[in-house]
Design a protein around this ligand. Structure first.
Ligand code: UDP
Length: 470
């Protein structure tokens, strides 16, 4: 009798990772009938306790995807580590999770004679679990919710570490790095800010070294977007095979505890009344970090430009005050006909709306892919994680985005002035020197990549081939 094939998935339970991992699982299971079931092992981070709220409705429509909750870990790493070096904290957490994953996996493997577990698919932060896969004789694959540029950096890190075994230094000025896979050298100052903090740097190097132990790496990007990077990885022989499977986007059924339903309706009704491509959308990811003085500059910029706007301002959970209290006096009255300030935005619906003409974004990779999918040009204002690298890719490598900043880092006290923001918003809304057309072409390429016989469709096919008959 033919055994049922099952893939086991472990993601990091935060919005930007879990939602796309579930979408990838759906794409894999619907690709053809070679994977019968997928089990997602669920767990919680103290900073992201809502994982099941996202996951349940997303998987409800697909009974062949199962969710299994792991027990809570004893003695999680101290929160001080999270504040100092978040990557190191997540890595420590994953290491503590490993025995629980081993138990769950063993139970799945031995649960039924008629099931064959074909492998493990791991978020890149979960790559230490490759060792658990090896113990149980299961091949592991990594899913990168970032660009091929981030993978280039992860390939470069251990190589550099052998010569210079220490974190990067912000005072190294305009130093540039010869990272293979990028068209040009990469300024040190656009590296993820964790690479300048010893504990996080060490975590990155440890993760990067473990990438070599995976059987393959799936990247949420597509060859038409990053031909140079994928071509580079395609030529490597002593590295896991790289599959460009994107864009994987979570576009439907994405309830969010931060989303106020009444406000969502208000936003969409307001957008319905605006002319085509007239509104600039400002949204800075799931964290949405901006202090009061910066909010003031953004508000002034919007008044200077005078174009329509939809601006998502997130409340910092540790702060009592309403961030809108920092807006200039009379801003709400003066801009009542010009724009809307909201909390959590229904970003995908907003970007899909004809009224949106530009997106001032923190350049999280999901936000970049969503903007490309809907053909909305971006102006770059990176904040944290690998967003500075994404901004570099979009502005310098691909000429698809308007540069506001490439190397801005949140939490360092720098304030971007109103006139600088205004210049970028004007350029964005004027079409950004032909960028709007280029972005529309890329939107078409993205849609083609994921349809039958498109580049990402074929990459998924090859990945499933490898999974089923390694
Ligand atoms: N998002 C949203 N509304 C908001 C802020 C974020 O829907 O107000 C969604 C956005 O559509 C994207 C995700 O949250 O899918 C953010 O992921 P990204 O990689 O862009 O940034 P991160 O939050 O990981 O920094």
């Amino acid at each position: 009798m033919k055994k049922q094939t099952e893939l086991v998935v472990v993601s990091v339970p935060v919005t930007g990772h879990l939602l796309v991992m579930i979408e990838l699982a759906k794409r894999l299971i619907n690709h053809d009938r070679r994977i019968d079931t997928i089990t997602i092992l669920q767990w919680k981070l103290p900073s992201a306790p809502h994982a099941d709220i996202f996951a349940q409705p997303l998987t409800a429509s697909e009974p062949r995807i199962k969710l299994i909750s792991l027990p809570e870990i004893h003695e999680p790493p101290p929160l001080e580590l999270k504040h100092k070096a978040s990557e190191a904290y997540v890595l420590e957490f994953i290491k503590k999770l490993a025995p629980l994953v081993r138990d769950a996996l063993s139970a799945i493997v031995s649960s039924s004679e008629s099931v064959r577990v074909v492998g493990l698919l791991l978020d890149f932060f979960c790559v230490p679990l490759v060792d658990v896969g090896n113990e149980l004789d299961l091949p592991s694959y990594v899913f990168l919710t970032c660009s091929s540029g981030f993978l280039s950096m992860m390939k470069y890190l251990p190589e550099r570490h052998r010569n210079i075994p220490s974190e990067f230094d912000r005072s190294s000025g305009d130093e540039e790095l010869p990272i293979q896979g990028y068209v040009s050298s990469v300024p040190t100052k656009v590296l993820p800010s964790g690479l300048f903090v010893r504990e996080s740097y060490e975590a990155f190097v440890e993760l990067a070294e473990k990438f070599h132990r995976a059987k393959g790496i799936l990247v949420n990007s597509f060859t038409e977007l990053q031909p140079h990077g994928f071509d580079y990885f395609g030529r490597l022989e002593s590295y896991p095979k790289v599959y460009s499977v994107g864009p994987i986007l979570s576009l439907k059924d994405r309830p969010n505890p931060n989303q106020d339903a009444a406000e969502r309706d208000l936003i969409m009704r307001w957008l319905d009344k605006q002319p085509e491509s007239s509104v600039v959308f400002l949204c800075f990811g799931s964290a949405g970090i901006h202090g009061g003085p910066q909010l003031k500059e953004i508000a002034q910029a919007l008044e200077l430009v005078g174009c329509k706007f939809l601006w998502s301002i997130r409340k910092n959970p540790t702060e009592e005050t309403n961030p809108c209290d920092h807006l200039p006096d009379g801003f709400a009255d003066r801009t009542a006909a010009q724009g809307m300030v909201c909390g959590w935005a229904p970003q995908v619906e907003v970007l899909a709306h004809d009224a949106i003409g530009g997106f001032l974004s923190h350049c999280g990779w999901n936000s970049i892919l969503e903007s490309l999918w809907f053909g909305v040009p971006v102006a770059t204002w990176p904040m944290y994680a690998e967003q500075q690298l994404n901004a570099l890719t979009m502005v310098k490598e691909l000429g698809l985005a308007v540069e506001l900043r490439l190397d801005y880092v949140s939490g360092q006290g720098e304030i971007v002035a109103a006139d600088e923001i205004a210049r970028a918003v004007r350029s964005l809304m004027d079409g950004g020197d032909g960028r709007r057309e280029k972005v529309k072409e890329m939107a078409e390429a993205a849609r083609k990549a994921v349809t039958i016989d498109g580049s990402s469709f074929v990459a998924i096919d090859r990945f499933v081939d490898k999974l089923i008959s390694p």
